[in-house]
Ligand binder design. Structure first.
Ligand SMILES: Cc1cc2nc3c(=O)[nH]c(=O)nc-3n(C[C@H](O)[C@H](O)[C@H](O)COP(=O)(O)OP(=O)(O)OC[C@H]3O[C@@H](n4cnc5c(N)ncnc54)[C@H](O)[C@@H]3O)c2cc1C
Length: 431
């Protein structure tokens, strides 16, 4: 069978790995970018030993599907786990809040609010299945259980800056999925996740999978029993190929640009884009050792600062401090069109509050945009989940919108894609 897999993100790589085990399968991976990894794609500066992701990434200790996949690839020992400090910027100060003890020490809210917050988080941590919570909105539930004070100080600023107009529509299962699998130790791939993606591509090529980079799929059309894909390369040259079976790993707004299917138009498949600014600095921005900083101050234009070198040593990056500024927004927001220079000008006054010498320390700012980076989990989302099988025969689909109640994650991309590969094999007995 001739199979096309659209994309080379971790979902696509995992599906290709499983389907390549079946004798007689001819697999072609078609990727718009010039390298693999999808949202976890990375790059390497000349003076760096390790590659680095365009958007911040780490794994949790609970990421079983990722660990299993790495074991099968013979790469499990390369996933390293280390504790990393998380803090919250509130009232001009950094407060470590990443454990029950540190929450208890957070004196910006009353002891009663801290205890209520801790109790609700503990409940969500032990609840094994969060889908049951999907009929509640997270904002209402948190206000009712943790109280107004904890909501106002700890959660409201994050929900507002992450979800914008969707803030009060996000369901409680989403919040459960953020709390439940979280571990104090975070995982990172030795050499960077780009190295992992490149190693998998090499292993796939070794077993005969063809991987085409800079090959953007423009359209999928049905012709008899086959699916015809038109692709375009960097020079604008078009190519037309037909396949017995096609797997798309694109989120609905991107997928719908290449084929018109009713299931791609559902309102509950909404999502946000991401704009991640990466700062290469001569010195640390967060001097207290914080890796992840939630921004709970009003008016700040980003939701989190992630100082990678407070987690993975800067010695792998030529001694540079690497800091991400994370932001989510709708792609229709005019801010999404801003350039690196425009955005840096907006961000500078805030960065100077953390380090008055920020400008002298800046080597370079880079901006990375992802048009679909964060699905929104609405109330009763499970009733509207997309299926693996599309309404077009022999066209299958797996992406971030399939991993509910989780919203995204390398681990979940791998898990769902392997489920899809199994499903495809069952449906097509020849495989
Ligand atoms: C800012 C940010 C931070 C994140 N942090 C974490 C984290 O800490 N830990 C974690 O586990 N996960 C994290 N994630 C989520 C994680 O990156 C994703 O869940 C996961 O990578 C999704 O993989 P995927 O294969 O489903 O899709 P994608 O990675 O989106 O892959 C889709 C692929 O399709 C390609 N493509 C698109 N259009 C076309 C076309 N027309 N033709 C051909 N190819 C096309 C794309 O280039 C891409 O390679 C983060 C995501 C973002 C945006």
């Amino acid at each position: 069978m001739k199979i096309a897999i659209i994309g080379t993100g971790f979902g696509a790589l995992a599906a290709a790995f499983d389907l390549s085990k079946v004798k007689g399968n001819q697999i072609e991976m078609l990727e718009a970018n010039d390298s693999a990894g999808g949202l976890v794609a990375g790059f390497k500066e000349k003076n760096w030993e390790w590659a680095f992701e365009e958007h911040y990434h780490h794994a949790f200790d609970t990421d079983k599907a990722l660990k299993k996949f790495l074991s099968e690839l013979g790469l499990r020992d390369q996933l390293i786990y280390k504790r990393a400090k998380s803090s919250t910027l509130y009232n001009g100060k950094l407060h470590q809040i990443d454990s029950p003890i540190s929450l208890l020490k957070f004196k910006e809210i009353s002891l009663f609010s801290r205890l209520r917050t801790g109790a609700v988080l503990a409940f969500l941590k032990i609840l094994p299945n969060g889908v049951l919570l999907e009929k509640f909105t997270a904002s209402r539930f948190l206000q009712m259980t943790m109280g107004q004070e904890a909501w106002r100080v700890i959660w409201e600023p994050l929900f507002t800056s992450k979800f914008g107009r969707f803030r009060d529509r996000v369901n409680l299962s989403w919040f459960w999925a953020r709390v439940n699998p979280r571990t104090a130790a975070l995982g990172y791939f030795n050499g960077g996740f780009k190295r992992l993606a490149d190693l998998i591509v090499q292993k796939l090529k070794d077993v005969g999978v063809k991987v085409f980079f800079s090959t953007k799929v423009q359209s999928i059309v049905k012709e008899g029993n086959r699916l015809v894909l038109t692709t375009v390369d960097k020079s604008g040259k078009q190519n037309i190929e037909n396949y017995d079976l096609v797997i798309s790993t694109l989120a609905s707004p991107i997928f719908s640009k290449i084929i018109d299917l009713p299931e791609l138009k559902q309102e509950n498949l909404a999502g946000l884009g991401a704009m991640t600014m990466l700062l290469r600095l001569k010195k640390k921005l967060l001097k207290d050792g914080t890796y992840w900083l939630n921004i709970n101050e009003k008016g700040w234009p980003f939701v989190a600062i992630v100082e990678h070198d407070n987690y993975i040593s800067s010695e792998h990056y030529g001694g540079e401090s690497l800091v991400y500024l994370g932001r989510y927004l709708e792609v229709s927001d005019p801010a999404y069109q801003k350039t690196t220079t425009e955005l840096l000008a907006d961000y500078k006054p805030f960065l100077k509050k953390l380090d008055p010498h920020f400008e002298q320390n800046l080597i370079e700012a880079k901006l990375f945009k992802a048009p679909f980076a964060q699905p929104i989990s609405f109330v009763n989302q499970s009733r509207f989940l997309p299926k693996f099988k599309t309404s077009e025969k022999n066209l299958y689909w797996v992406c971030m919108q399939h991993v509910y109640p989780f919203d995204r994650g390398i681990n979940h991309a791998i898990k769902s894609a392997r489920k899809l590969a199994k499903y495809v094999r069952m449906e097509n007995s020849k495989l």
